[in-house]
Design a protein around this ligand. Structure first.
Ligand code: NAD
Length: 485
């Protein structure tokens, strides 16, 4: 059995069914080899407007379906993610340049997102209120309407499904705009799964394209809520557009996440955690460990062991199953990473491991001797680069961790009592004690503060119901009320 072997989706977009996009087609390229993997359709602004009108029509019917019918579609979608996991992982490996365990993580979480979302239709949808009048009074949750989901290239499946599944489960329809570089893993896969799961045509529409299509799915008149995951500059534009058009935008943006290594922490385990946090998926994760803050008593050994580990990690074609790091998504990103490493060195940092690479591969890199004004420290690098700085007092570590404009994830390694006290002083959407900074679960609220976004709007029933419904106040009297005139 195959999910994607059918040619129905090749070179197509989905507007009430697979169809040609007026924007032409987008080639799907394997970053590790430069090989062509096929093509998807490219949507135009016109296609977006048509899809949005059709989605609004489909949504009215979908919202009236019994909760158990909506739940069944989500459960089936979760099962299909499990049944087709291996085939989907193959695409994630080739299209996103991921090592196979990252592909497995994406399909596992995708299934969980659907199973979690399948509980939402049956979840209580409001409150019984008190009233000073002689009446019953309720606050009830209603679907928001049409939701636009815009996803980035790095974890395309998870970052699409984590919004698509709860939005659909709660009776909305969705315009999905994946990143053009990963439109199969972040778009076609979801569309095919929901087709097979029996979702009525029109409830999910697939509109691959670039920033112009992203702008269009924000501006389309029927769209009420936008779930955007991507960079902070693009997120600001989405937020501006949403405010102008009086729509709600959930913005999950960049990060520059600190890992604090306390005095007395197990050095070997800390180095392993730090390496994973910085090098997993080539550092192309919003939660990547971008700043290692290590107590001065351990700093030299930490830098030495982390550099040793970095030098030992194999880099190459992830489809071989023999490497720890695959390629960077494209040349533009590679140049940005290398540019930031060079700027860091000009500003005084030392390359203790890695630096540079061949083709789209970038060697895991350690920057030491860095100070808090260095661009390698202040900027989100979004590549396999581990900047390490020492601290002497806990107050200094807290101040440095909080000094970033971002606030997505912080890891603290070492004594739990000390870590708990630090956690109470840290501004961050999430904090992991005795773990590195990368972690995500379908049932937990996820999101950042500051330049990382508008707070935890995804994950778990509370956040998802808040994100994808509107509250309606409803009152009832046994007879028509009496008025003074
Ligand atoms: P990007 O912002 O360039 O692109 C993300 C998506 O937004 C793409 O689909 C793109 O086509 C679209 N887009 C771009 N400009 C747009 C606009 N003006 N209006 C609407 N849509 C627009 O992001 P990127 O550089 O490809 O991805 C990496 C960034 O994403 C990093 O900053 C990373 O930290 C962030 N990210 C955040 C999270 C999170 O959950 N907080 C998760 C993953 C990635």
């Amino acid at each position: 059995m195959s999910l994607l072997a059918t040619s129905s989706w090749q070179a197509k977009i989905y507007v009430d069914g697979w169809t040609d996009g007026s924007g032409g087609t987008i080639a799907v390229t394997e970053p590790a080899t430069g090989r062509n993997l096929g093509s998807v359709g490219a949507a135009s602004v016109d296609d977006v407007l048509k899809a949005s009108t059709a989605a609004a029509r489909a949504q009215r019917e979908w919202a009236l379906r019994k909760p158990e019918e909506r739940a069944a579609v989500l459960r089936r979608a979760g099962q299909l993610f499990e049944e087709y996991a291996e085939e989907i992982q193959g695409w994630i490996v080739r299209e996103t340049g991921a090592i196979p365990p990252k592909g497995q993580l994406e399909t596992h979480i995708a299934a969980n997102e659907c199973f979690e979302a399948s509980a939402l239709p049956g979840h209580p949808h409001g409150e019984v209120l008190t009233s000073n009048e002689d009446r019953w009074s309720f606050a009830r949750r209603r679907p928001a309407g049409v939701v636009s989901v815009i996803a980035p290239f790095n974890f395309p499946l998870i970052l699409s499904i984590r919004s698509v599944a709860p939005a659909i489960a709660l009776g909305n329809s969705v315009l999905l705009k994946p990143d053009p570089r990963t439109a199969v893993s972040g778009g076609v896969v979801l569309m095919r799964i929901f087709e097979e799961a029996g979702l009525p045509a029109g409830v999910l529409q697939l509109l691959p394209g670039g920033a112009d299509v992203g702008v269009a799915v924000c501006e389309a008149p029927e769209v009420r809520v936008i779930a955007f995951t991507g960079s902070t500059p693009a997120g600001r534009k989405v937020g501006e557009s949403a405010a102008r058009n009086l729509k709600r935008a959930h913005l999950e943006l960049g990060g520059n996440n600190a890992l604090i290594v306390l005095p007395g922490a197990d050095l070997e385990k800390a180095v392993s955690a730090g390496a994973f946090g910085s090098f997993m998926h080539q550092g192309q994760i919003c939660m990547t460990t971008g700043r290692h803050l290590v107590h001065e008593s351990m700093y030299d050994e930490y830098v030495r062991l982390l550099s040793e580990k970095a030098e030992g990690l194999p880099v190459g074609d992830p489809a071989s199953g023999q490497v720890a790091l695959g390629p960077i998504i494209d040349e533009k990103q590679w140049d940005r990473i290398d540019g930031l490493v060079k700027q860091s060195v000009e500003a005084g940092a030392t390359v203790s491991a890695g630096g540079g690479g061949e083709a789209l591969f970038y060697r895991p890199t350690v920057l030491s001797g860095i100070d808090h004004t260095n661009p390698g420290w202040t900027e989100e690098i979004f590549g396999p680069v581990a900047p390490v700085m020492k601290f002497s007092t806990i107050d200094e570590a807290v101040e440095l961790a909080n000094s970033s404009e971002y606030g997505l994830s912080v890891g603290i390694l070492g004594d739990v009592g000390e870590a708990m006290k630090i956690a109470d002083r840290i501004n961050s959407g999430k904090i992991h004690i005795n773990e590195q900074t990368v972690s995500d679960e379908a049932n937990s609220p996820f999101g950042g503060v500051g330049a990382s976004g508008t707070g935890s709007r995804v994950g778990g029933a509370t956040a998802n119901i808040e994100a994808y419904t509107e509250t309606q106040w409803l009152t009832m009297r046994p007879e028509i009320a009496i008025y003074p005139f």
